[in-house]
Design a protein around this ligand. Structure first.
Ligand SMILES: Cc1cc2nc3c(=O)[nH]c(=O)nc-3n(C[C@H](O)[C@H](O)[C@H](O)COP(=O)(O)OP(=O)(O)OC[C@H]3O[C@@H](n4cnc5c(N)ncnc54)[C@H](O)[C@@H]3O)c2cc1C
Length: 374
């Protein structure tokens, strides 16, 4: 039997892959959506959903998938740095529910379901599934996360483990205290979080892997500062914390979301960029196929993604001001003393301001403030 033919094979049904499959299927393309997992599946994640992510989603989410939060508390190794209320809201979700919902929408729109199959082989226009059929399509989208098989096929490896991030997380029982907490002092070049949700309390910390060889000990030290019951299973996952791919793919294979390194190097936010890049990749594929020029999909996608890549590069430029040995302590002091800085951070976290605007508005003031230690 010959391999079934599609217009697009999407590998990975996380936010990037499901957004791409939904968009392409709605435009009438024949789409195969592959994931090694069966859904609902666990994906390690704080589940913080920003305004940026909601905009990138392009349609409302069912209310039961989101819990709204209007305040955020900041700490430095357990010492309070202050609380922000009245900033833009942020939301909490569970990836079990969110990703299953996004996948269901893509399938409803007509994408064909190949979940439960990992990729066994790749070649231009060809995807061999493990325990499944071979699929053919002029274009392939790798939305298969930080260990992307598509990126490995294209570039030899997805990312250099020495330069990316790593995070540990536990799900503790639900807590009366439903506040959002961020602790800047508990991980190097990263931070800790305690996101209390109605069903559980997600606690974790993450940062550059090379700067945190003792991540487990750091998590234990962080947990000792918190009121939550210890003992929950600790799980770990890499995140491409600011390691961008300059060109998101090669030839007729495109990369989106974590597979393209689209994680904010300061906040660790990845859901919004995954959703947006999935949509942009699908739109580029739709336009390229309509023009009868599948080879033009990657340049079209790269052009559409350029502002996002620029913003993430700006964030990387700012990152040492927040995390470096020289500036990190001063940043935390300044953060404690400045309501404006806290609000700007909340704006960033909520997706209400981007790094270019932040650089324009504050870059000249921020280093001075840091240098003065105020
Ligand atoms: C601990 C932690 C906390 C985080 N917290 C937040 C947060 O609070 N807010 C936020 O915005 N971001 C957060 N992030 C980042 C966010 O989780 C990711 O950026 C986001 O999931 C990227 O989506 P994606 O679709 O690109 O990849 P993923 O969500 O990783 O999806 C990739 C999919 O590909 C599938 N796959 C992988 N390999 C194969 C293969 N060979 N064959 C078939 N299928 C395959 C996987 O099963 C998976 O379903 C966090 C990350 C970590 C690690």
């Amino acid at each position: 039997m010959s391999a079934p033919r599609y217009d697009l094979v999407v590998i990975g049904a996380g936010p990037a892959g499901s957004a791409a499959a939904l968009c392409a299927a709605r435009a009438g393309l024949r789409v195969a959506l592959v994931d090694k997992a069966r859904f609902p599946r666990v994906k390690l994640c704080g589940g913080l959903v920003t305004g940026r992510a909601l905009r990138a989603l392009r349609q409302p989410l069912p209310a039961d998938l989101l819990e709204r939060r209007d305040s955020l508390s900041f700490f430095d190794r357990g010492a309070p740095l202050g609380q922000i209320t009245g900033g833009p809201p942020v939301y909490l979700t569970t990836r079990l529910g969110l990703d299953a919902h996004l996948l269901a929408q893509a399938l409803q729109a007509g994408a064909e379901d190949f979940t439960g199959h990992s990729v066994a082989g790749l070649a231009p226009g060809f995807v061999q599934l493990r325990n499944g059929p071979a699929l053919r399509a002029p274009l392939i989208l790798g939305a298969d996360g930080v260990n992307s098989a598509v990126a490995r096929h294209l570039f030899g490896r997805a990312f250099d483990p020495a330069t990316i991030g790593f995070a540990l997380e536990i799900e503790a029982p639900p807590s009366e205290d439903q506040s959002l907490q961020v602790d800047f002092g508990v991980a190097a070049w990263g931070y800790g979080w305690r996101f209390a949700k109605s069903g559980s309390t997600t606690i974790g910390l993450g940062g550059l892997q090379a700067r945190n060889p003792d991540m487990k000990a750091r998590l234990a030290a962080y947990l000792a500062l918190l009121p939550d019951q210890a003992g929950a299973r600790v799980m770990g996952h890499h995140l491409p914390f600011g390691e961008l791919r300059r060109v998101p793919g090669r030839g007729r294979m495109l990369l989106a979301g974590d597979a393209a390194g689209l994680v904010d190097p300061i906040t660790g936010e990845g859901i919004a960029h995954a959703l947006l890049s999935g949509h942009l990749a699908a739109e580029a594929v739709i336009a390229a196929l309509a023009a009868g020029r599948p080879d033009s999909a990657l340049p079209r996608y790269a052009r559409a993604l350029a502002p996002t890549l620029r913003a993430l590069r700006h964030a990387r430029m700012l990152r040492p001001l927040v995390f470096s040995d020289r500036c990190g302590g001063l940043f935390r002091q300044a953060f404690r003393d400045s309501a404006t800085m806290k609000l700007r951070y909340m704006d960033l976290l909520a997706g209400e301001v981007d790094y270019a605007a932040l650089l324009r508005r504050a870059a000249w003031r921020l280093p001075l403030r840091l240098l003065r230690g105020r």
